[in-house]
Design a protein around this ligand. Structure first.
Ligand SMILES: [Zn+2]
Length: 478
């Protein structure tokens, strides 16, 4: 992305008003990298962590990405414009608008001395950036969509599991021990196959994205081998690409160090036409993504794509239990158990909307599932209501989801051992806006002391996760 040329005098005046270079020192040690380049932050415009949300001074977005920014002192409104996207954020208001549509923010923008800080997750994702957050060094890594289309919807950020926002737990301090990472020594495209050479076993996460069509291959726990750049293009920001001219479906292969924690290389195949693929990964040092497959099914390789959505997260705790436990923690614990149970299932691919204590918006959750053409969407929640209400419910919105709801509910009742509050229909964002069969499971009542007493036990969570996994398999005919 290049700096826009429209930044005129008035704009600079506004920026100077908003972001003067003087100020008090804030907690340092944090940094922002954009496509590998460190951004300069003034002393009063530092990265902040507010209730688990990484907040950044908006100026860095403005200056480095060339977005058009306007500040209205009276209404305390920041307007950010990029191509066809217009974002409006108001200081201290947790609702923003994107092209006139209301969207909720994990945290309201704040005026710090003279600098507006905004949740990076929101702004960057709305602007099509991918976000990585390294907790140990408190560093934000931004990756701009390199398609150059700049429409704000071209984010490659589809896997949903490597975004900003920190739970501050720091428990993964050893995941980036470079000795444990697999080295990627070569990436090539031949015989209509993408080939990636690795020196350890890697479990790639592959998904399709559209507009423009591309196939994204994430390689968790990998790094570029030191010799990589001597054989292939790789710039100092750990980005490289090569053009593909001899296969009509493919125009380019791009690769980058996409995320730092865990260290993840992302390879993107830019497609001229949507194509199906087969993953060949025999743990023999070569990962092959074969585009010769000629099947019409939309899941590409015949695998079923299941999106598991742990409700709430990050700044949104969900319901609170009788004993003050948080719904978001229950949801995530069960979701991770389901993922684990199905991770070795040969014909199922699991995509998580979140796998840590972060808050993807409802829109992002639905968009993720739609953009990868998921086969089913399962949202995991626990309910709250009157103190006497107890038991499990399964919600769906669209009629194409009823069959899934019935199967999932049967297993939810069985595995929870709680009373059957039936399959219900309700207009909920994630079950309404997703384009595949989608259900939302309420796995018990946090407001009920009997339910609350079991919901956070390992036994209950294991059992419910097993029930959900069984339901998914039964519905998919496996
Ligand atoms: Zn909930």
């Amino acid at each position: 992305m290049k700096k826009s040329s429209w930044m005129g005098f008035m704009f600079l005046v506004m920026v100077m008003f908003l972001f003067p270079q003087i100020g008090h020192a804030a907690g340092g040690g944090t940094g922002i990298y954009l496509d590998g380049k460190a951004l300069e932050l003034s002393k009063n415009a530092q990265v902040q962590n507010m209730s688990g949300n990484v907040m950044i001074p908006i100026r860095v977005v403005v200056e480095e990405l060339g977005f058009n920014v306007d500040w209205d002192t009276k209404t305390r409104t920041v307007t950010i414009q990029q191509s066809d996207t217009e974002l409006k954020l108001v200081v201290n208001q947790s609702t923003a608008t994107v092209n006139g549509n209301k969207v909720s923010l994990p945290v309201a923008p704040k005026l710090m001395t003279d600098t507006v800080i905004v949740p990076i997750r929101f702004v960057s994702e709305q602007m099509g950036l991918s976000v990585g957050w390294e907790n140990t060094s408190k560093t934000v890594y931004l990756t701009s969509p390199d398609s150059g289309s700049g429409t704000g919807n071209g984010s490659d950020n589809g896997s949903g599991n490597n975004n900003g926002g920190s739970d501050g737990s720091g428990s993964d301090s050893n995941v980036n021990d470079t000795a444990n990472l697999a080295n990627v020594s070569g990436i090539s495209f031949n015989n209509n196959q993408l080939m990636i050479a690795v020196d350890k076993n890697v479990k790639p996460n592959i998904f399709k994205m559209s507009e423009p069509n591309r196939l994204v291959v994430d390689l968790p726990y990998t790094q570029f081998a030191s010799a990589f750049s001597s054989n292939q293009s790789l710039d100092s920001t750990m980005n490289g690409f090569f053009d593909v001219t001899d296969y009509p479906d493919v125009s380019k292969v791009r690769y980058a160090l996409f995320n730092n924690n865990p260290s993840t290389i992302r390879v993107v195949i830019d497609m001229n036409n949507a194509k199906n693929y087969t993953l060949i990964n025999n743990n023999d040092g070569l990962i092959i993504v074969d585009l010769n497959a000629d099947s019409n099914d939309n899941s590409g390789n015949g695998n079923k794509l299941v999106v598991i959505d742990a409700g709430h997260g990050g700044s949104d705790p969900g319901a609170s239990s009788v004993t003050k436990k948080k719904e978001k923690d229950f949801n995530l614990a069960v979701a991770l158990k389901v993922e684990k149970l199905l991770e070795n299932e040969p014909n199922i691919e699991i995509v998580m909307t979140r796998d840590s204590d972060t808050y993807p918006t409802l829109q992002e959750r639905a968009k993720l599932a739609n953009s990868i053409n998921a086969d089913i969407f399962i949202s995991i929640h626990a309910n709250a209501g009157s103190a006497t209400a107890s038991g499990v419910e399964t919600y769906y919105t669209k009629s194409d989801s009823l069959a899934l709801a019935n199967v999932m509910h049967k297993y939810l009742v069985q595995s929870s051992g709680l009373s059957d509050r039936k399959v219900r229909t309700k207009s909920l964002h994630v079950t309404r806006e997703t384009t595949m069969p989608a259900v939302l499971l309420e796995c018990g009542y946090l407001s009920n002391s009997k339910d609350d007493a079991v919901l956070f036990t390992e036994d209950f969570q294991n059992s419910v996760a097993e029930g959900i996994a069984k339901g998914i398999k039964e519905y998919l005919g496996m």
